[in-house]
Design a protein around this ligand. Structure first.
Ligand code: NAG
Ligand code: NAG
Ligand code: NAG
Ligand code: NAG
Ligand code: NAG
Ligand code: NAG
Ligand code: NAG
Length: 606
């Protein structure tokens, strides 16, 4: 009896406390509404605060308040601090002014604070950096003055700190935070030297100040003896690094040699039978109107007269379960026509399914072709579509890849827009972006001269679990200098004039367009055919220059309101990738780590 009474009592206090917590959240929101107005005047006061625009609750507590561009103006009241379970507060792009209220110190669960694009002024309060959960802080484009608080260095989880375009002065405090990935203090009135802990950040993060030291020009004379000493130390470090890098390089080269030797050891198959098979050139017709289910040999005809000793050349150690004959006997279905030829889905008699790409306009010699293919075949990464085998004769060049049943990102994004379409949510899109980035970064890691050369959404294939696999790499150099018009498309970086010479930075540009495509759901323009589509980088920049609005994003994505900040960050990254000048674009591994960071923060939220 006692127990029941006790538990009843407990239950009652729980209910009371839960509802009173929401009531207190509600009171705080109403105080905010009364003070700053704007579009939150439209909140329906007779319904639960959890249903109000921009308010997200978990277990009946407000955890997110996102009011970007809602026309809020005036000073923030003492109120938001009462939302004690708040994790994300976004008030960016409003007309708020005054200082950050002192009660923000109570927001101990706060992870993301976005106040950029307002008229906030006064000092940046030091207590912000004692909020132990704070990961992202964006105070850019305001009117903050005074110095950057020393306490920044206490913010052990801080990953993003954006303070650009304010009136901050003095020197940057000694910040040494391993977690800090993104930093920008540009266009303030900061002076003095950049602390060592930030010397690895990009130059543009510090521009528009009177700062010196790495990554900017070194601070001269004034720091006499100290600078000499640190100069010696730096020299030591540099020498150490150079030696280390050399050692790693040597190791890598040895490893690559061995790996390469293993991977590209090619083996010829069933020479007797295949010796008879030669494939003629006259097959432009077959390519154009092959119907589903026809045999591949109907497309790629045998010519028994010629008896070049031509075989399917395999890569890797996978069992060779089929030969050229099997392949030609397979039923074929056109998957699509790409830049370098037509791709078929070939279903072999024994049930194996592969993708066969029939290359056109190959101008290189057999030797050169073989060498190029060995390089492509040696690429081994989980985000690349592996090349399994190739066939080369004077008139036919075939590439055999793993077949990806889910098709391409392009088909998924722009294909069936009608009913029955599975919407692509943010998690899927961001993980596709990450997978593709990893695949491309891997290619780039194989040497400064190695690029993909043809990044676009139709070359990002997907597994059944929507993992991205990059295909078609290394084919650009096989084709002739007369780059065909359809290669000029919305993905190509402005500096690229020869489709065979695409630098890594040009790959980054194409990848940036791909990110924009993922975010906006819009296909990039095809400059010459001038089909529907837009010059994505220019269009996005024109919209964003006006104001960061939801307008740029794919409507399908806007259903997932709680990811807007991440979307904006990915958009920013995409814009950086599509910078006009190659030097301004980040490297692919940096792009990868930024997307990784975004994905991680999305995970944390759910
Ligand atoms: C915030 O909470 C305090 C203490 O519970 C309360 O006195 C105050 O009225 C609340 N403020 C608002 C704006 O709800
Ligand atoms: C406000 O919410 C109440 C209760 O949920 C609902 O009955 C009413 O129709 C809503 N009013 C408006 C204007 O949406
Ligand atoms: C920014 O703050 C300064 C004083 O620090 C003030 O003179 C100026 O008017 C403010 N600008 C805006 C746009 O609020
Ligand atoms: C933050 O760091 C400063 C030194 O930079 C130290 O004096 C202070 O005690 C720290 N505060 C907290 C809350 O850790
Ligand atoms: C800042 O924090 C790092 C560790 O997070 C520490 O190594 C460093 O000494 C701190 N710097 C100052 C000035 O407190
Ligand atoms: C930085 O600027 C302030 C004035 O804003 C000045 O007092 C200080 O001496 C300057 N420090 C350096 C290192 O130039
Ligand atoms: C920092 O902000 C400035 C001004 O918005 C921008 O030009 C620059 O590219 C940014 N740099 C980084 C590393 O974010």
């Amino acid at each position: 009896m006692k127990l029941i009474v006790f538990s009843l009592f407990l239950w009652a206090t729980l209910v009371v406390s839960v509802s009173s917590d929401l009531a207190s959240d509600r009171a705080a929101l109403l105080a905010l509404r009364a003070a700053v107005g704007g579009r939150i005047r439209l909140w329906n006061l007779s319904s639960s605060p959890c249903s109000w625009t921009g308010v997200n609750c978990v277990q009946n507590r407000v955890v997110e308040l996102r009011l970007p561009g809602m026309g809020l103006s005036g000073q923030l009241p003492i109120a938001i601090g009462n939302l004690t379970q708040l994790q994300t507060l976004s008030l960016r792009f409003n007309a708020l002014s005054g200082s950050i209220p002192s009660d923000f110190a109570k927001l101990t669960t706060l992870r993301n604070l976005y106040l950029q694009g307002n008229g906030f002024s006064g000092q940046i309060p030091g207590f912000l950096f004692t909020l132990q959960n704070l990961i992202r802080l964006n105070l850019a484009n305001n009117n903050f003055s005074g110095t950057i608080p020393e306490s920044v260095n206490n913010s052990t989880r801080l990953g993003t700190l954006f303070l650009e375009n304010n009136h901050l002065s003095g020197s940057i405090p000694d910040i040494e935070l391993p977690s800090l990935v993104q930093l920008n203090v540009s266009f303030n009135q900061l002076n003095g030297s950049i602390p060592k802990g930030l010397s690895g950040k990009p130059k543009s993060a510090f521009q528009g100040n009177s700062l010196c030291g790495k990554p900017l020009v070194s601070c001269d004379g004034t720091e006499s003896s100290g600078s000499k000493l640190s100069g010696g130390a730096i020299a030591g470090i540099v020498i150490g690094c150079v030696l280390g890098v050399l050692l790693v390089l040597i190791l890598l080269i040895c490893l690559c040699r061995r790996e390469g030797g293993k991977k590209t050891k090619t083996k010829d198959i069933a020479p007797a039978k295949l010796a008879e098979i030669e494939i003629p050139a006259d097959k432009a017709a077959g390519e154009s109107d092959n119907k589903n289910g026809g045999a591949l040999s109907g497309v790629v005809k045998n010519d028994a007269k010629s008896s070049g000793n031509k075989k399917l050349v395999f890569f890797g150690n996978a069992p060779r379960v089929f030969d050229l004959e099997d392949l030609l006997r397979a039923s074929a279905e056109v998957l699509g026509k790409g830049t370098f030829g037509t791709a078929y889905k070939a279903t072999l008699d024994m049930g194996v399914v592969v993708a066969v790409k029939r290359l056109k306009d190959v101008v290189v010699s057999e030797k050169e072709f073989k060498e190029k293919m060995e390089v492509v075949g040696a690429m081994d990464h989980q985000n690349l579509v592996p090349l399994r085998a190739y066939y080369f004769s004077a008139d036919e060049k075939l590439l055999v890849y793993d077949y990806m049943s889910t098709g391409s990102l392009s088909a998924l994004l722009h294909g069936n827009k009608g009913a029955g379409r599975t919407p692509l949510n943010w998690d899927t899109r961001s993980s596709i972006a990450l997978g593709a980035a990893k695949g491309i970064a891997y290619l780039h890691s194989k040497g400064p001269g190695i690029s993909h050369g043809n990044i676009k959404s139709s070359n990002i294939l997907l597994t059944t679990s929507y993992e991205a696999r990059v295909s078609d790499f290394g084919l650009a150099q096989l084709s002739g200098p007369t780059s065909t018009p359809n290669r000029v498309d919305g993905y190509r970086a402005p500096e690229v004039t020869d489709a065979r010479k695409v630098s890594q930075k040009a790959d980054v540009y194409s990848f940036g367009v791909l990110l924009l495509e993922l975010l906006t759901g819009k296909a990039p323009t095809h400059a010459l055919t001038n089909e529907e589509g837009v010059d994505l980088p220019r269009w996005v920049q024109s919209v964003v220059r006006e104001e960061w609005t939801a307008e740029v994003f794919d409507l399908e994505l806007l259903r997932y309101q709680n990811v807007e900040e991440d979307m904006v960050q990915l958009l920013q990254l995409a814009i950086n990738c599509t910078a006009q000048y190659p030097d301004k674009r980040p490297a692919m591994d940096e792009v990868t780590s930024q997307i990784e960071e975004l994905c991680r923060s999305s995970d944390q939220r759910t």
